[in-house]
Ligand binder design. Structure first.
Ligand code: UD1
Length: 361
């Protein structure tokens, strides 16, 4: 399945310099005018797509400097950022920055969030400000611009699932402030279609992984990869029999592109692979892919950890015409190769390769 092309559109990606957002920007940049609104709390300019080898870009226009507070060339080394990408260094909670970033857009991908579940437990009001209050500003701005919105929701809306695989109609009982905030946002997103006739789609990501996922709140795959590379012990929480549905970021990008054109709006879709993998099997997969001899060790189980999680993908398959393409084995293999490349050559070369891959799809 190939994703529908989005061309000649003006698109805002909130959190566009982050893990998932930057991959989306890479896919959109060749044929659209893309605005990135990011406060760079976890994102990086290095993740943004580089200018193509040939200087001129066909099929789209660049944002004019007068329309935005800062262009790519003003805020970053202009050789590192694609001509079609305008970077607005700002917060989604800042109405002025948001207004300028969203002016005249056809489509908004709302990816910006405080993604740390543990931080949401420590500081629920602070995470609520971004994940819900500011997200509501994004929805309101979309309403103002009459723009389609695709929102990043999460499997966290389900909490401890009462059925497997988890369908979109399963009960929602989130067990963290993060999950509560994502559930409220998910509900707002769906209701905006009904109340204001706005084409909205909510995508409930399962466990995302892939290049550029790093930092203290990154997922288990990037943690295991770092440990295996360093030949440090691979740390399994509990007995490792807990399972997750791991989905590669390139599939998440495809799901977003489908959501940007589907007629089946005003609803939420599970975005997973439909396959569950135990954390113990994952540890072995990662260790083998790296060729490491790191020992696998067990720690105390994580308090409140969800035992099993796996998406029922039939609704996404049927209505969104989306199905994941990257198997966990090949996703981990390419992640290992990608990180090998970025440690041996410049970050920009790795970015160019990634960008090229999206351009050809
Ligand atoms: C993930 C998301 C979270 C979302 C939730 C929805 C990430 C980083 N987090 O949480 O935003 O709310 O899905 O269901 O994607 N583990 C180890 N050893 C480690 C690290 C983790 O064994 O060193 C285990 C954890 O205990 C857990 C599993 O791996 O059982 C997955 O952990 P993690 O990657 O943090 O994601 P989730 O907790 O599933």
């Amino acid at each position: 399945m190939t994703s529908p092309a989005i061309r000649d559109s003006t698109v805002l990606v909130t959190g566009g310099a982050g893990f998932i957002g930057s991959h989306l920007v890479g896919a959109l940049a060749p044929h659209n005018e893309v605005r990135v609104l990011d406060n760079f709390s976890t994102g990086s300019r290095e993740y943004l797509p580089p200018a193509p080898a040939s200087a001129s870009v066909s099929g789209s226009t660049s944002a004019s400097a007068s329309e935005s507070p800062a262009t790519s060339s003003e805020t970053a080394d202009s050789t590192t950022v694609h001509d079609n990408v305008t970077v607005i260094d700002g917060d989604i909670g800042d109405p002025m920055a948001l207004q300028r970033a969203a002016r005249g857009v056809d489509l908004i991908f709302h990816q910006a969030a405080l993604v740390s579940v543990s931080r949401s437990v420590d500081a629920p009001r602070r995470s609520n400000e971004t994940n819900l209050d500011a997200s509501l500003l994004v929805l309101e701005q979309a309403r103002q611009e009459d723009a389609r919105v695709v929102v990043a929701s999460s499997a966290a809306v389900y909490g401890h699932p009462d059925e497997l695989p988890i369908s979109e109609t399963a009960s929602t009982d989130p067990n963290s402030p993060y999950g509560i905030q994502k559930l409220a946002l998910d509900q707002y997103t769906r209701r905006y279609a009904e109340l204001y006739d706005l084409p909205t789609v909510s995508l409930r990501y399962f466990n995302a992984y892939g290049p550029r996922q790093q930092g203290p709140y990154s997922g288990v795959i990037s943690t295991f990869l770092d440990q295996a590379r360093a030949d440090n012990p691979i740390t399994i929480d509990g007995n490792g029999e807990q399972t997750r549905d791991f989905i590669h970021v390139s599939d998440i990008v495809r799901a977003n592109l489908q959501a940007a054109t589907t007629d089946a709006v005003g609803t939420a879709y599970n975005i997973g692979t439909g396959e569950r993998t135990s954390i113990r099997d994952l540890a072995e997969l990662v260790r083998d892919a790296v060729g490491s001899t790191a020992p696998i060790v067990h720690r105390e189980p994580r308090p409140g950890d969800i035992r099993h999680s796996g998406a029922d993908i039939s609704k996404a398959r049927r209505e969104l015409e989306f199905e994941a393409q990257v198997s966990l084995e090949s996703g981990i293999r390419s992640l290992v190769q990608e990180t090998d490349r970025s440690t041996t050559s410049s970050q920009q070369a790795a970015m160019a390769a990634q960008h090229e891959q999206y351009s050809q799809e």
